[in-house]
Design a protein around this ligand. Sequence first.
Ligand code: HEM
Length: 545
Amino acid sequence: MGIGQPTFKMTSFSMIQNALLLLALALLTFRLLRAVYRLTLHPLARFPGPFLSRISSISIPLQAASGDRHLRQLQEHRKYGPIVRIGPNSLSFSSPTALRTIYQSSRLQNQLRKSDYYKTIDAPAGAYSTHSEVGRRKHAFRRRVLDQAFSEASMRSAEEFVINNVDTLCGLLSNGDSWSQPRRMDDYATYFVYDVMGDLVFGKPFDCMTNAEHRFVPKMITESSKFLYVFVARRLISCEPLMHWLGGQAARDEYHFVAYAAARMKERIAKEEEKDVRKDMMHYILNAKDPVTSRSLTQLELEAETSLLIAAGADTTSSSLAAAFHYLTLPSSKPVLDYLQRQLRKKFSVVSFITWSALKNHTYLRAVVEEIVRLLPAVPSELPRTIMQKPGIDIAGEFIPAGTTVGCSAFVLAHDAEAYPSPYAFKPERWIPKDAETHLAEVSPLQDPEQIAKAREAFCAFSLGSRGCVGKQLAYMELCLVLARVLWTFDMRRAVEQVSVRTKGEAERKGLRWYDDEYQVKDVFLTAREGPLVEFRKHQTLVEA
Ligand code: HEM
């Protein structure tokens, strides 16, 4: 007995070992056979793409973790053409025709649904938001309610809050006739836009511009966006203790933000009972009823919506604003900057005359903003949609079977040389027709209508159709007001010393970030960015006055 036991133990140990080996072999064979199938008999096998993407889904989270996903997609389209297989069951398209079919076709609304990736986005909030709700009917309800927060009346009231925050920003940039210290405009842009969103959603600014203690909110959102971009398993994300352990600080930030937003939300709801009710965006949401079902948002839905509005509204617009300071202070942009400032100062004798209604038809400012949003779409990579019903649909002349995830990247389309000749160049004139303002010829030649039509067809920074951006008008209002008032008040120039763009490095060596004048960002579904460093001084005539 005493002698036989070890032999038995050894036998059972080697049996387990053999079973594990067999299992590993079976797994390997399965993976190998699956890879061969994906490369040969799979319905998407005829589409080109990088080897790893054709055999495995791992390349999408890997690219997401690198922060270079938008750049890689552009590189892949340049190499493989207008349709690229970016995962075994995923295709990326780069033509305006595909763009319209995927996002805008009302005939295909039942066929194309936001992919399961979106279900991860609000997992920590415990309820879907308008952005992450994939069901068509449920989304339509949420959108009907949310649209009321972006009505004409709501936007008219929002202007006052935006202007108050612009005034705070101007007070911080400079107050003298000599050049200021270099200002990190990625930070100032972030703090400004978060303060606007705090004002509109929570009933008071976050005070990021004036109080360093409150700057943890933007940081939390960027970190949690990084985490959710890579971690695509909803079930895991819903399990908070596991995520604290697996997802580290980024996961903790996500949960922290959700709890923080819920607490601020409660404070805001209490204010709604006060006599002099504040007509901010939240006022319109709290009082909105769906005209079809007469239902309002539940507490949980409100909380998810609140987190969404801060993340979707603040991070996007602030990335465009930081990019605006970058492009406007490039040496090659001097004629654009000079011209815009001259125009603004000629049109408005005092800064308080610069209002949204006065700026709405300002052709050149609008073109500057449009060009910036094109060059750096704030959601740069493809927005995935899944084909739901068999057998499938035609996209850009190709039959694509059900079960495939399809999408277009705004960054890829924005760099299409046919729609945008010299696609990396900052050229607001590309949005202005020849006959619009003839004196503009002093800046550079204007476009013929055909070229403008091509540019418009490929423009998708705000996406399109029923899932397109609900906050586009607010974003234009914020960007136009802040740029017009800052450029009217200050002279500005790029500081000699540049912020070290951490985003270059490795990617530059791989030939992804080669265009020097490009505003460099990391794609984290939203964007992470650095710089530019800009100096300001009060415009001379204002100092004299
Ligand atoms: C330059 C600024 C902005 C850009 C480039 C932008 C871009 C986008 C894009 C591309 C989408 C579609 C996302 C997807 O399909 O996954 C989107 C959706 C959305 N955006 Fe924006 N956005 C901006 C500003 C704003 C602002 C200021 C708000 C609100 C305060 C906002 C709120 C939303 C919401 C709620 C959605 C979801 C719409 C739906 O699914 O029905 N955005 N945005």
